[in-house]
Design a protein around this ligand. Structure first.
Ligand code: SF4
Length: 59
């Protein structure tokens, strides 16, 4: 899912995926919205952010 990248963190999300285009230092996500899959997950280890987009940048 493509999301708008904001100039500021999305305060509702903490994320440590520092290889994502939307990642901001301090474990923030700058995506306006995120989408998480899959349906019928039975534990948090099964869920993934599908808004993830690979980034070339290193943080
Ligand atoms: S889009 Fe998903 S993976 Fe990327 S920084 Fe936000 S929450 Fe993390």
């Amino acid at each position: 899912m493509e999301a708008k990248k904001m100039e500021h963190p999305n305060d509702g999300v903490k994320c440590i995926v520092n290889t994502c285009e939307y990642y901001m230092s301090g474990d923030h996500c700058a995506a306006e919205k995120i989408e998480v899959h899959p349906k019928n997950a039975t534990g948090s280890n099964e869920t993934d952010c599908v808004t993830f987009k690979p980034s070339d940048k290193t943080y």
